[in-house]
Write a protein that binds this ligand. Structure first.
Ligand code: PLP
Length: 255
């Protein structure tokens, strides 16, 4: 089993993606130069702990998971705790209020990328306060935006995003609101022009940094996955979430 898994060369995969990130960043048009160089979040969902350790050994620090139970198991796994002391976990899946405590108690939790309601934000804020008291550094979060308008997708509508952003930014002191995230429609055909999800998120980004008198680079933008992270970077992305291009094909989860 383990032999078969390690046929994917994770180290080479990470190096290749980092190089492609650099190149896409160099191609980014001048109007976006104020945005930060993108951070690679390696999406390790459904992949074994061994592969995470292999990536960590190759220098990767930021990892994304989108199933609560899987993150709970991996973040507390003895091998991860021993070999990956500085790992930074990003939760990138849908989070229900009744699962907040499970996630927030995990070691090395770095960011929740999927805040899409006042209720969830308030729940995270009060839970973080209870767990860590007032002296703890705030929990980093992103607001998830449903840029594609698909019913099945989570996220707040673009038109409602500035209000949610402002609410969190002004009221929830245990949260450090770092920016915006979108998943976007799958399989966009780039021969038909630029990706409307990326344009939509960058428009919301602009509205938000102007309205809140923030520097553009102070509002992160998480967009781009294996198939389109270079396009996303050219459009202004500062966080890309790449899974299968590093870890190999991922069978669809049925449960
Ligand atoms: C699975 C997942 C990714 C990574 O997808 P790949 O196509 O394998 O790169 C990125 N973001 C989210 C929210 C995901 O669930």
């Amino acid at each position: 089993m383990l032999r078969a898994m390690s046929e994917v060369n994770v180290k080479a995969g990470i190096e290749c993606i980092l190089k492609r990130i650099e190149e896409a960043y160099a191609r980014r048009p001048a109007e976006h130069v104020k945005m930060a160089k993108p951070l690679l979040v390696a999406v390790s969902k459904t992949k074994p702990v061994e592969m995470i350790i292999e990536s960590y050994t190759a220098g990767q620090r930021h990892f994304g998971e989108n199933y609560v139970q899987e993150l709970v198991e991996k973040a507390q796994h003895p091998d991860i705790l021993q070999h990956c002391p500085e790992i930074k976990w990003h939760f990138i899946g849908h989070l229900q209020n009744n699962k907040i405590n499970k996630i927030l108690k995990l070691p090395n939790l770095y960011m929740i990328q999927t805040v899409d309601s006042e209720k969830l934000a308030t729940g995270l804020d009060s839970a973080w306060g209870k767990i860590h008291g007032d002296n703890k550094t705030p929990l980093s979060v992103l607001v998830q935006v449903n840029t594609s308008g698909e019913e099945a997708k989570n996220g707040v509508q673009p038109s409602e995003t500035p209000a949610l952003f402002k609410y969190i930014h002004n009221n929830l002191k245990n949260l450090k609101l770092e920016g915006l995230m979108t998943i976007g429609a799958f399989g966009f055909d780039y021969t038909s022009g630029p990706n409307p999800d990326f344009i939509s998120l960058m428009n919301v980004h602009r509205l938000i940094f102007e309205e809140n008198a923030l520097e553009p680079h102070a509002v992160q933008v998480s967009m781009g996955m294996s198939d389109d992270f270079e396009k996303a970077i050219e459009a202004g992305s500062t966080i890309v979430r790449v899974g299968s291009a590093i870890f190999g094909f991922r069978p669809k989860k049925t449960a």
